[in-house]
Design a protein around this ligand. Sequence first.
Ligand code: COS
Length: 397
Amino acid sequence: MLDFSLSKEQEELQSLVRRFTKAEILPNIQKWDEEHHFDMGVVKKLADLGLMGVCIPEEYGGAGMDYNALAIVCEELEYGDTAYRTAVSVHTGLNSMTLLQWGTEEQKQKYLVPQAKGEKLGAFGLTEPDAGSDAGSIRTRAVRDGDSYILNGSKIWISMADYADNFLIFASVDPEKKHRGISAFIVERSFPGVTTRPLKGKLGIHGGDTGEVILTDVRVPAANRLGEDGEGFKIAMSALDNGRFTVAAGAAGLTRACLDASVEYAHTRKTFGVEIGRHQLVQQMIAKMEAGYQTSKLLVYKVGWLKNQGVRNTRECSLAKWIASDVAYQSASDAVQVHGAYGYSNEYPVERFLRNSKALVIYEGTREIHTVMQAEYALGYREDKALNRMLPAFDAK
Ligand code: COS
């Protein structure tokens, strides 16, 4: 059966997050963006509503909804601002869902439960100054020492670095084995030797937190290793299958924000004696936003549908992330164009949309990485193997 409708529960969730964004984010976001302020009060309220672990099963402290519920949360939050969707992406998509997929029961009880409840915040540390797209080349080292590992290295472009309680850190236990020598570790901020510092000078997401995580002789118990030694690269990639899903869903929200702002402006601004919405070249930009929004949503919900069945969705997720982020970037650029000179100033939100949208085409796999992946799938050079641990299917009981 093919069903494009939202369930009653999903509709209620959508209207809850829509109201939340309208009340808590939209009235403040321009000021927060100007002041480079990330508001933890918003995260606290999201946690109180159960939205920091919406698709985590109830037995692990989450709201127990399906994976498309996470897409709904991300779309609605990014309608307000990319910063808050990014917080959910790293906390739920990249960290908590990875614990759900790969964690032992003990690790889930200790780390996933408080994260799903939003009592603790999670982040994800893969990227390094010299390893972004080429994630298999990370240099952070983990050396076994009795029943722990000693970690040294640094991670960069880490969203929520300054606020997270727990990091999922990827480090090499055997550099000669390249990507097969990487392991994954749950690292608490409180572990001696962990320091973070914010990154300055970003083009966009001024209302969000991005930083560096520096690890200096950090002793991590072996019990905090996720999966086996050498499984870290697969764990990172499977985490990205969830993170990219949240980015794609958020991108749809950003595109909808561009569309709504452009439609409103096109009705109010007049040139040549008519509102600019009557001009066909403006209509063309608006039509492309509408088509892009609908296309993005179809791709995103298909990925959620696959996740609900517990099947691998790397290919579909990469496609959704690539298309939805490209659409958001193009829509934001066109939204500025529709607004003309006013769009170039912060009197209207579209300049923020344009600055924020650029991040979407870069993080969690650049446009170019996803283009190559799609070509490799189509050409038969890339094939997804079965994994020993899958994200659990959604049990609709
Ligand atoms: N889930 C689980 N395992 C995966 C996987 C996934 N989604 N994707 C790949 N793997 C496994 C493969 O099965 C392969 O296993 P074996 O070693 O047993 O053969 C291994 O990981 C290596 O995969 P692959 O051959 O696909 O690696 P490549 O070097 O060809 O490509 C790309 C990897 C470029 C696709 C990858 O490095 C990538 O996505 N880079 C972008 C990183 C990124 O998004 N960074 C953003 C960080 S967050 S801001």
